[in-house]
Design a protein around this ligand. Structure first.
Ligand SMILES: C[S@@+](CC[C@H](N)C(=O)[O-])C[C@H]1O[C@@H](n2cnc3c(N)ncnc32)[C@H](O)[C@@H]1O
Length: 341
């Protein structure tokens, strides 16, 4: 079956079943990761329909692609052919079996994007298949350099391995977590934003954050990969390259904004805001203010009970017929009304 319905994930339509397509790596992510892992020989030992393999084959001299599911490896084979690649050897079988291990020679890098349970209350590395420690011990005589994909919801402290934890966001959403071992490890934690292709990391340790309760004229919402990688100090330092007055304003447990009186753009910032109003959170007063400011839509960025969200939003938007989309953050009883710049 050729999946054309989700062709946006890839440059060209690819062969897949629904499950293979669901877990396939989007091409922009696969391309970034393949460039980071460029080497002579690489083995992708849980390749699925080949979403990532295609890009490894573009960057590396030769790629070994292993997959336990015979249907998926056939899709991977056809997909590589469709992308004009003939430098991949396909091996169908369990990557942890002696038979498959014997077919994979010494390589520069072993990569695995393992299966994970479709639902899990708390994401754990121990539920990945094939399991990371088993892959490392099975392939340790082939290379010291491993890279694994892991669920991005997992915070760094839940990953007990000696590796780099690279969180990646795509179009402002948290998308991937890649763990780099051996010579591939460059630091403890890093954050990447795509398609901007910007990166920050713990390599820079001379960073501090100034917490503030005062909101400046502008606010900066960090990329989710920066928050997840706990790199707010590094982002603050990078922003202070543009201005020396950046503070961290905590909205609630889930939300934080960096703030300054100067405006500048940064690729690790998801949204750049102009602050329009700071006032006590009173729906009627905010609605009156918005009527005079060309507002049409209000996005509520507050820890409001989901049961009340739409009624509060309806009241905030009552009678609005302007063009602007307004973001409204609520910190305790304080409303911060912003416009995306
Ligand atoms: C998340 S998918 C990989 C998606 C792939 N990276 C892509 O971009 O298309 C994980 C794959 O691992 C395969 N898998 C699980 N256990 C395996 C094992 N022991 N050996 C080889 N493949 C395995 C699954 O069948 C599944 O296709």
């Amino acid at each position: 079956m050729i999946d054309v319905s989700r062709k946006k994930k890839f440059e060209k339509p690819v062969y897949s079943n629904t499950e293979g397509m669901r877990f396939a790596t989007p091409s922009v992510v696969a391309e970034y990761r393949a460039k980071r892992l460029r080497c002579k020989t690489l083995a992708d030992i849980s390749c699925g329909i080949g979403g990532q393999t295609i890009f490894f084959a573009r960057e590396c001299d030769f790629v070994y692609a292993v997959e336990i599911d015979p249907k998926k490896i056939e899709y991977a084979r056809k997909n590589c052919k469709r992308y004009g690649l003939d430098n991949v050897e396909f091996i169908c079988g369990n990557a942890l079996s002696q038979e498959v291990i014997a077919k994979v020679p010494a390589v520069d890098i072993i990569f695995s994007d393992p299966s994970r349970p479709s639902k899990e209350d708390i994401r754990k590395v121990t539920s990945l298949e094939p399991a990371i420690p088993n892959v490392i011990s099975a392939y340790s005589d082939k290379t010291p350099n491993f890279a694994f994909e892991a669920p991005p919801q997992m915070p760094p402290e839940r990953i007990s391995f000696d590796c780099e934890r690279e969180y990646l966001s795509l179009n402002g959403q948290l998308n991937r977590l890649t763990l780099y071992f051996g010579n591939l490890k460059q630091c403890e934690r890093s954050a990447v934003s795509l398609p901007a292709s910007s990166r920050i990391s713990t390599t820079d340790t001379s960073c501090t954050v100034r917490e503030t309760t005062f909101m400046g004229s502008y606010a900066y919402e960090p990329e989710p990969s920066v928050i997840k990688a706990q790199l707010i100090p590094q982002l603050t330092k990078s922003l202070e390259y543009h201005t020396n007055q950046v503070g961290l304003f905590t909205i609630d447990k889930k939300r934080m904004l960096l703030t300054s009186d100067s405006f500048f753009r940064h690729p690790m910032v998801k949204n750049h805001y102009a602050i329009l109003l700071i006032s006590v959170f009173n729906v009627h007063n905010i609605n009156s203010f918005l009527k005079n400011h060309d507002a049409g839509t209000v996005i509520l960025r507050a820890g409001i009970d989901p049961a009340d969200y739409w009624s509060v939003r309806k009241n905030l938007e009552s009678g609005l017929n302007g063009k602007k989309t307004i973001h409204l953050f609520v910190n305790n009883d304080l409303a911060i009304v912003c416009e995306v710049l």
